[in-house]
Design a protein around this ligand. Structure first.
Ligand code: OSB
Ligand code: MG
Length: 383
């Protein structure tokens, strides 16, 4: 397909140093899914600097515990410090060289992604172009959706949904788990008959729950995200053949080969693309190309409750041609009372975020807030 991204050309850079900040940010409202509840979000912010003083920023999205994936913020700290920095050293600042060299480290995609994203940001700042352009995106407006956690009760959930719909978000995603599914989604559907609605199970069900999915199939949902186990592409294909509602994969797609397999097996109709889960922006582009350019299927960009730094990479990615559903990329104030970037991400009229025109990720890290939220910092010279 002609509109698929071209391979960008990178500069050879003399990297001078790398810094890793472990920040903890309290969410405005605790976020509960089928795998657990997050109240305070850890993130590793990665800063690389080249000899001329230009910088690049990336974010590691691993959680506090190994629930969404096997990684945690602490494993990522260890892997970056003890292994990835060595590969950064030999990369000349080229994200593809880094990815190739770091492939010797098995797994640890979130740790890799944080470092790789920083190199993409640095490269696009050096080239003087916005990150979205370097990725082959179109820039402009990105459709903003909101992911709503499991609530203490249905009344609270309805209040949350109502406030997000009023704020202008273009679709609502409800987290579900056994015992918090059909009845709850029915209530929301009844109160908001016209709101684009979808659900995300975070792998909490098996094929024996077919009754739940048959009932959800009647509720006019845009898609059902990751209903079954993350390793189970075959059962997703079976479920998919029994439902009208499209199946979307999240946890199951951790590398481009998984997207290819899901196409062959017809495990899903849609992918939630998260750069952190797949090892960074290069792998994200490859999955985009396999799924959309090769397979003709749509995708959208998911989030992991990122700070404004990680969110800026999501916004750039969401301007790719294959993105044709609203994304889990909400405004800063949906997550944090005080985001770490300037300007914070703001919701535009109609429910969009706008990809910046400035070079790189297009936002600045606020050093006062970085200092306020940092619990530990590690740095190394790369000279
Ligand atoms: O499954 O999409 C998910 C957050 C943390 C871990 C997993 C998921 C999520 C979300 C939040 O749904 C999306 C967002 O950042 O707005
Ligand atoms: Mg998900």
């Amino acid at each position: 397909m002609a509109e698929c991204p071209r391979q960008p050309s990178f500069s050879q850079l003399d990297l001078r140093r790398v810094e890793v900040y472990e920040v903890w940010m309290r969410l405005r409202v605790g976020f509960e899914t089928s795998f657990g509840k997050t109240v305070e979000r850890p993130a590793l912010l990665v800063r690389v600097e080249e000899r001329g003083g230009e910088e690049g920023w990336g974010e590691v999205v691993a959680g506090e515990g190994p629930w969404y994936s096997c990684e945690t913020y602490a494993t990522a700290w260890h892997i970056i410090r003890d292994y990835l920095v060595g590969f950064l050293h030999g990369s000349n600042g080229d994200p593809l060289v880094f990815v190739n060299n770091a492939s010797r480290v098995r797994g640890h995609m979130m740790a890799k992604a944080g470092v790789e994203e920083a190199l993409w940001d640095l490269q696009s700042r050096i080239a003087g172009v916005p990150l979205w352009r370097m990725l082959g995106g179109r820039g402009g407006l990105v459709e903003s959706g909101v992911s709503v956690g499991i609530a203490p009760n249905v009344e609270t959930l309805l209040r949350w949904v109502s406030s997000y719909v009023e704020a202008g978000y273009r679709r609502v995603k409800l987290k579900i788990k056994p015992g918090w599914d059909v009845d709850v989604v029915k209530r929301v559907r009844r109160e908001f008959p016209d709101v684009p609605l979808q659900v995300d199970a975070n792998a909490a069900y098996t094929l024996s729950d077919i009754g739940v999915f048959k009932a959800l199939d009647e509720l006019d949902l845009l898609m059902i995200e990751q209903p079954l186990d993350y390793e189970d592409l075959v059962d997703h294909a079976v479920l998919s053949s029994k439902l009208r509602t499209p199946i979307c994969l999240d946890e199951s797609v951790r590398k481009p080969k998984h997207a290819l397999d899901a196409l062959k097996l017809e495990s899903a109709q849609v992918i939630n693309l998260k750069p952190g889960r797949v090892g960074g922006l290069h792998a994200s582009l490859r999955i985009h190309d396999v799924w959309y350019c090769g397979g003709g299927r749509p995708l959208w960009v998911g989030g992991m409750l990122e700070t404004g730094v990680g969110r800026s990479h999501l916004v750039a990615l969401a301007t790719l041609p294959g993105v044709s559903y609203p994304n889990d990329i909400s405004a800063s104030d949906r997550y944090y009372p005080e985001d770490i970037v300037e300007p914070p991400w703001a919701l535009r009229p109609g429910g969009y975020l706008e990809a910046p025109q400035r070079p790189g990720i297009g936002v600045d890290v606020r050093l006062d807030l970085l200092e306020k939220y940092t619990r530990r910092k590690w740095e190394a010279s790369l000279a």
